[in-house]
Ligand binder design. Structure first.
Ligand code: GLC
Length: 458
C-alpha cells in the first residue's frame, strides 16, 4: 500500500478521535478500539495528546491546541491542599474526560486518583509546558503564554518540581509509574524519562516566563540554578559507553566525603558487565535508566534518550553515540516496529520482584520490552536534528509495512516486536499521530523547531 493511502487513512482515524467540549475541539481520546472495554482509554491523556497537538500545529489547526491548554490549565489545583488524598497544588492531571450532568458538560480530571495503581503523573505538567512552548513557536502568538493565568500555571508546575524535598541531587525525585510507563517497573527515584522531560521543560520555562514579572523572579532564579547541575549530572553520571564502563568496572567503593569519585557508591557486581561489554558497540553509548544510592539501572529507555538528543541535554558526541547505538543494535531496538520502550526486558525473578509479577508487563510485552510506535516521531526528530535522516526513513518504512494493516496498535510484543501486543488497543491515537508527525518532520525539518532546543549555555 502506498504511503499516501496510509497517510489518508491515518488522518481519517485521527480526526475521529477528536473530542469536543461546548462544541469546540479540545483534545483526542487515547484509543477508539471497538472490541475492547474502554476503561480509561476514552479519556484525553496529556502525554498522549502531545503528538496529535504537534501535528495540529503543523497543519495550522492551532485552536484545538489552545483550547486544550486552556482547559487543562483550569484543571490544575491552585491552592495548597490540606486533604492529603487530594491532588497537590500545581499537579497536572494524567487525563480528563468530558461528562454531562443536568445537561451541562464539564471536565473530569484524573490525577491518578482513579488510575490503576493510583499512579500520579509527574510528566503531565512537563509535557504541558513543552506544548505551550510549541504553540508559541508555531503560532508566533506570545500573548497566551504571557497571560497571568498561564504564567501562574508554569510557576506552579515548577514549584512542585523545585520546592523543598528530601534529596540533594539536581534530579527530580519521583515515585514508580510517574511517566508514560505508568506501572511498577523499577523506576522510582530518578528515572531518565522524567529527567529528560524535566530538563527540557525547565529550558522551555526560561523562554516562557516573563522576566519582568515580580512573581517570576524567584522561579527563574531557581530554574537557572538547577539546569546546569542537572545537565552535568546526566552527561557525566548517567552516561554509559566503553570508556565509562571501564571506569565503573574499576570503581573504588565506600568512599567518604566530597572528593569521592564513585559518588553513588555503585558496586561493580551490580552492573551486568558481561552483557553490556558484548552489547555496547565501540561507537555507541546511552544514558542509563536510573541513578541513585548504589543503583545504576543499565536498561536503555528510548523516551529519555531520544528526548535528551532532541533537547540537547546530551552533547553533540553523546547524541551521535545514542544514534549509533540505535543503528548498530537495530534488530534489538527497532526490529519489526520502531521502537522498544526499554531494553532489555526484565525476566523471571527480576520480573517478579521489580514489576510485582505484573502479568501485563511480562518479559518483552507492554512497558517491559514492548515496541511502541508512538516513539517513531521522537526517533525521527532526534535523527533529523543530528543530520541522520536515513535512520528515520528506514524506521518509517518499517512502520508503514504494518501500522494500517494491524489497525494502529498501541504496542507490539516479542524480543523483535513482531507480535501485536497481547492487550494492545487498536486505533490508538498516539500511534496514528506519531506516524503522521514523523512523516511531517521528514517532509519539512523546519518543524523540528517545535520540539528541539539549542544547547543550553550556563
Ligand atoms: C497506558 C500507557 C500510558 C498512556 C495510556 C493511554 O496507560 O502506559 O503511557 O498514556 O495508556 O494511552
Amino acid at each position: 500500500m502506498s504511503s499516501k493511502v496510509i497517510e489518508e487513512k491515518a488522518w481519517e482515524a485521527l480526526e475521529e478521535s477528536v473530542i469536543y467540549y461546548h462544541g469546540q475541539p479540545v483534545g483526542t481520546i487515547a484509543a477508539r478500539d471497538p472490541d475492547i472495554d474502554a476503561l480509561n482509554y476514552d479519556q484525553c491523556f496529556i502525554r498522549d495528546f502531545v503528538s496529535s497537538a504537534l501535528l495540529f500545529l503543523i497543519k495550522g489547526k492551532s485552536s484545538i491546541v489552545r483550547n486544550f491548554l486552556e482547559a487543562t490549565l483550569k484543571l490544575q489545583p491552585k491552592t495548597t491542599q490540606l486533604d492529603c488524598i487530594k491532588p497537590s497544588r500545581g499537579l497536572m492531571p494524567a487525563s480528563f474526560k468530558i461528562q454531562s450532568f443536568n445537561q451541562q458538560e464539564y471536565l473530569r480530571p484524573d490525577f491518578g486518583d482513579h488510575a490503576i495503581g493510583r499512579v500520579a503523573p509527574a510528566d503531565a505538567g512537563l509535557w504541558w509546558i513543552l506544548l505551550l512552548r510549541a504553540y508559541t513557536t508555531s503560532t508566533g502568538d506570545k500573548t497566551l503564554a504571557q497571560r497571568e493565568d498561564f504564567q501562574e500555571g508554569i510557576r506552579l508546575i515548577l514549584q512542585l518540581c523545585l520546592v523543598t524535598r528530601f534529596d540533594m541531587y539536581p534530579m527530580l525525585l519521583v515515585p514508580d509509574g510517574a511517566s508514560m510507563i505508568d506501572r511498577r517497573m523499577g523506576m522510582y527515584g530518578h528515572p531518565l524519562d522524567i529527567q529528560s522531560l524535566f530538563y527540557a521543560a525547565m529550558v522551555a520555562s526560561l523562554e516562557l516566563l516573563e522576566p519582568t514579572y515580580q512573581k517570576n523572579q524567584f522561579m527563574i532564579q531557581a530554574v537557572q540554578n538547577r539546569v546546569g547541575p542537572l545537565l552535568r549530572q546526566l552527561r557525566e553520571n548517567y552516561w554509559l559507553d566503553s570508556d565509562r564502563l571501564n571506569v565503573i568496572y574499576r570503581y573504588r567503593v565506600e568512599e567518604y566525603g566530597e572528593e569521592a569519585l564513585n559518588q553513588f557508591n555503585i558496586y561493580s557486581d551490580s552492573i551486568p558487565f558481561y552483557w553490556l561489554a558484548k552489547w555496547m558497540p565501540e561507537a555507541g553509548g546511552y544514558l542509563a535508566g536510573n541513578l541513585g544510592p548504589s543503583q545504576l539501572d543499565c536498561r536503555f529507555f528510548s523516551l529519555g534518550n531520544l528526548m535528551a538528543v532532541i533537547s540537547s541535554l546530551t552533547n553533540e558526541e553523546q547524541s551521535h553515540k545514542i544514534l549509533n547505538l540505535i543503528e548498530l543494535r537495530w534488530s534489538d531496538l527497532i526490529g519489526h516496529m520502531p521502537m522498544k520502550l526499554c531494553y532489555p526486558a526484565l525476566e523471571n525473578g527480576d520480573w517478579r520482584t521489580v514489576t510485582g509479577a505484573d502479568p501485563k508487563n511480562r518479559a518483552w510485552s507492554y512497558h517491559n520490552g514492548g515496541n511502541w510506535p508512538v516513539l517513531l516521531w521522537m526517533l525521527t526528530a532526534a535523527s533529523k536534528k543530528m543530520g541522520r535522516g536515513e535512520l528515520a526513513h528506514h524506521a518509517i518504512a518499517i512502520a508503514e509495512r504494518r501500522l494500517l494493516l494491524d489497525q494502529w496498535p498501541e504496542y507490539y510484543d516479542g524480543p523483535d516486536g513482531r507480535l501485536i501486543g497481547k492487550e494492545s488497543r487498536k486505533f490508538q491515537t498516539w500511534t496514528i499521530a506519531g506516524y503522521l508527525l514523523a512523516k511531517e518532520l521528514v517532509a519539512n525539518p523546519d518543524h523540528l523547531d517545535l520540539v528541539a532546543f539549542d544547547p543550553y549555555l550556563w
